[in-house]
Design a protein around this ligand. Structure first.
Ligand SMILES: C[S@@+](CC[C@H](N)C(=O)[O-])C[C@H]1O[C@@H](n2cnc3c(N)ncnc32)[C@H](O)[C@@H]1O
Length: 259
């Protein structure tokens, strides 16, 4: 099998298969939160670090006006081409989630699988919240999903899963390389094993993410007065089962409302 060491984000078709096959729970959750917590009518949905737009595309199909930004040009192109192919506006732009402006305000934003942790410093994280505060209408929401570093129980470890579409199948393996609590850096190895009748390719990459314990995240949120935490959930995405975030919490979605 040919092996390349490259960013998995440079392979949007494969990324979208690996992460995009099971979006139903996330979509239902986003819409349910909009109905339960937003204080404005929700017609426009925005995703910072939207990648291939695996969620935006389905929301466009459900009648929302959608938009997003991502640093990766290939992901943005993939996202826009899919939107345009199905007759929706190709509204997604290349942009940095710590330094962007939108021409019009949006009602609800979401960022569900750790993309926020790509921001490497507290200054970037704060800049992101400020950009988001300019982007979302008062009374609108920002649903922010991240894996916290638990301090009372060991963090979860290696993960492997498989995805298939037609003749294309991808086995994904994710494993921790380093967890540096002092520097607040976690490094993970990630591998896509791609198989189709004409191709066998292994893509190896390293994900470098900033870490947050529950108190570190709380302090960051407390400093950002434009946002109030109205509820917290885990990645079961069950609106009937909110959670209390504590030292054992790992996967958390913060429902933030623009004050
Ligand atoms: C785990 S993917 C998530 C993509 C999408 N949100 C999803 O749920 O499938 C993380 C994305 O963050 C993007 N990204 C990383 N740093 C970024 C930044 N500073 N600004 C915008 N996008 C960024 C990457 O290009 C990648 O597409």
């Amino acid at each position: 099998m040919e092996t390349v060491t490259e960013s998995i984000y440079d392979y949007p078709k494969y990324y979208d298969l690996v992460f995009g096959t099971d979006c139903a729970a996330e979509l239902k959750f986003i819409e349910a939160c909009a109905g339960a917590y937003a204080r404005v009518p929700v017609r426009r949905m925005f995703e910072p670090a939207c990648g291939t737009g695996r969620l935006l595309f389905h929301l466009a199909r459900r009648g929302y006006e959608v938009g997003g930004i991502d640093l990766n040009r290939r992901a943005v192109q993939f996202c826009n081409e899919r939107l345009a192919r199905r007759g929706y506006e190709d509204t997604v732009e290349v942009g940095d989630m710590a330094a962007f402006r939108q021409r019009r305000k949006w009602d609800v934003a979401f960022n569900t699988i750790n993309s926020f942790r790509h921001l490497t410093s507290e200054a970037e994280a704060e800049a992101h919240f400020q950009c988001m505060a300019r982007t979302i209408r008062k009374g609108g929401l920002y649903l922010l999903g991240i894996h916290l570093t638990p301090t009372k129980v060991p963090p979860s470890d290696t993960e492997s899963w498989a995805a298939r579409r037609g003749h294309l199948s991808i086995n994904t393996h994710l494993w921790p390389l380093e967890r540096n609590r002092r520097r607040r850096v976690e490094r993970f190895g990630i591998r896509f094993d791609v198989r189709s009748p004409t191709k066998q390719l292994r893509i190896e990459d390293e994900l470098v993410l900033r870490s947050y314990t529950a108190p570190q995240m709380q302090r960051l949120l407390d400093r950002n007065e434009a946002w109030e935490v109205v509820e917290t959930f885990d990645f079961a995405y069950d609106l009937a089962a909110p959670i209390d975030v504590d030292a054992s919490s790992e996967d958390v979605v913060y429902v933030l409302r623009r004050t």
